[in-house]
Design a protein around this ligand. Structure first.
Ligand code: SAM
Length: 227
């Protein structure tokens, strides 16, 4: 085990607002202690946005700075990745940020029905061999799961460099009859010039993976669903 990962895991254990519940308990169907109690974590009833597969947490922290009157939870199975976002939140004293280490397959163990108001999925793995969509975290299999914790009318934002992920996700959304609000194959060349100032600012947050793909000249795609 790399020393760097061990150090980050140890620091995570001491951060406020980092939750790393026992995965086996979730597998067995045991609810996490924060389920239905995120308002106690944040000490307010403000709406909650979650970033699924948050990696280093750039969206979670970036949006939290833009919207102090909302709360943000980054979720990822890799704690050493979101350590970066958790460390920034601690260093910069950002109160409306939390991170949760778990697998998205068990997300209903950690949020109550209608506890969440918005979702971001950024640069998720396309999982080319996953025909049923049981691994691709933007697939309808997962959207149906997310709907169990979302308020009716919530927005799900999917940002990706992957033509495959974009095409497969969109195909699944159309098949399911989901309400696609926004759909673009070129975020920076086209979409940012057409949307509200609020969405433009959100779209311009760039994650670790996004910077890598942009430096290779790739176009960024975006789909927004209302569920
Ligand atoms: C390609 S990375 C993108 C990270 C970040 N959003 C970015 O743009 O830099 C995908 C992330 O999703 C996480 N992930 C993938 N499948 C997951 C699952 N089923 N449950 C939780 N996290 C998952 C991975 O651990 C990884 O950090």
């Amino acid at each position: 085990m790399g020393k760097d990962k061990l150090k980050k895991w140890a620091e995570n254990a001491n951060f406020n607002h980092v939750f790393e519940p026992d995965l086996q308990a979730a597998v067995k169907g045991v609810d996490g202690e924060m389920k239905g109690k995120w308002s106690e974590v944040f000490k307010n009833d403000n709406p909650i946005t979650v970033e699924f597969g948050c990696g280093k947490g750039e969206y979670t922290v970036g949006l939290a700075k833009m919207y102090p009157e909302r709360n943000f939870v980054g979720v990822d199975i890799k704690g050493h990745r979101f350590w970066r976002g958790a460390k920034t939140a601690q260093e910069e004293n950002i109160p409306n940020v939390a991170f949760l280490r778990t697998r998205l397959e068990f997300i209903e163990r950690f949020f109550e029905k209608e506890e969440v108001s918005e979702v971001w999925l950024t640069f998720s793995d396309p999982q080319p061999k996953d025909e049923k969509g049981t691994k691709r975290i933007t697939s309808p299999v997962y959207i149906e799961r997310y709907k169990n914790i979302l308020k009716p009318g919530s927005l799900i934002n999917v940002k990706t460099d992957s033509v495959l992920l974009y095409d497969l996700s969109k195909e699944g959304y159309v098949e399911k009859g989901y309400d696609i609000q926004i759909d673009s194959r070129d975020v920076y060349g086209e979409l940012v010039h057409e949307v509200s100032e609020e969405l433009r600012q959100a779209l311009e947050i760039k994650t670790y993976y996004e910077k890598r793909w942009l430096s290779e000249g790739k176009k960024i795609h975006f789909i927004q669903l209302k569920v």
